[in-house]
Design a protein around this ligand. Structure first.
Ligand SMILES: [Zn+2]
Length: 300
């Protein structure tokens, strides 16, 4: 009995410690970031010549996990130009990391075991040498873990482009991702300038500092012929959450991942307008079912 009471006491101390020293600063940080959401018209007004714009968008699935609410995918999105040059959005995970990542959802939420097909360099083989740029929707491990071996496998390392918020504003869940960026053999570049940031050498791709889910969450816009694709990372888990205006629940947004729920609400209504607009498509990072139903082709 004494041991039990002692264990409870230790647990309580740990919870108080976590709330006081980790979660409170993380919540203050993500609520106080200076984030501005551009007008949707500004996205619709973006232009790039047909010759210069990306020709095709494809994706690779490093892992997926079935669940009651639909499959959760861990994908890397590839944007390809006429020259063959590519830009990769998120790197997914290697197989071991993907299986470990899915375990809590398997045991706590009854999800299926994770099926792992990665990592990116094994799926793509030598084609990884076409990748010249990498963007992350945010720095959580399920989006970044694959970068170390991917960058190491490249003959000529790609450049990782980040907003200053993503590179500089970390919490306990993103610091590890930034360490991977800093220690990877890929090059690094910070995107400065306007609200909708263009990326030199990658015409038709734009990054917007979004915050909300992590301090450095980034919305990525890709213009192709007749279509503007908006990669919204984990601002929502699925397209249904955009269409039905659903948040992730108190427990998730307060204790599991410290989120700015007010800002995420504003982004959801922005994404909903985008989803309903002619010529615009929204792609939440984990909604693999939605991606498979779209014009974006899956590479295997
Ligand atoms: Zn994620």
């Amino acid at each position: 009995m004494k041991i039990f009471l002692y264990a409870v006491l230790v647990l309580l101390v740990l919870v108080v410690f976590a709330v006081g020293f980790v979660l409170v600063p993380a919540h203050l940080q993500i609520r106080n970031l200076d984030i501005e959401i551009p007008a949707l018209e500004e996205i619709q007004a973006l232009e790039v010549s047909e010759m210069d714009m990306p020709q095709v968008i494809t994706f690779v699935t490093t892992a997926e996990q079935g669940s009651g609410t639909g499959a959760i995918g861990h994908v890397g999105v590839l944007v390809t130009w006429l020259s063959g040059k590519q830009l990769l959005i998120d790197t997914g995970m290697d197989n071991e990391a993907a299986i470990a990542f899915g375990k809590p959802m398997e045991t706590l939420l009854g999800a299926d075991p994770t099926e792992a097909y990665g990592p990116v360099e094994e799926i793509l083989g030598e084609d990884i040498n076409e990748i010249e740029g990498i963007l992350f929707t945010h720095l959580h491990s399920d989006h970044t873990q694959g970068m170390t071996t991917l960058c190491a496998a490249m003959e000529s390392p790609a450049t990782i482009y980040q907003t200053s918020q993503q590179a500089e504003q970390q919490n306990h869940l993103t610091a590890g991702g930034q360490q991977l960026v800093d220690s990877s053999s890929c090059k690094r570049s910070i995107l400065n300038g306007e609200l909708i940031k263009s990326i030199e050498g990658f015409p038709g791709v734009f990054a917007i500092a979004a915050g909300g889910h992590t301090p450095g969450s980034t919305v990525i816009v890709v213009l192709t012929k007749n279509q503007t694709s908006i990669f919204s990372g984990d601002l929502t888990n699925a397209i249904a959450n955009v269409r039905n205006n659903e948040g992730k629940g108190w427990l998730y947004s307060n204790l599991i991942v410290p989120e700015n729920t007010v800002l995420l609400g504003a982004w959801r209504s922005w994404l909903k307008s985008a989803d309903e607009a002619e010529g615009l498509s929204v792609f939440p990072a984990h909604d693999i079912g939605h991606m498979r139903q779209s014009d974006i082709i899956e590479l295997k």
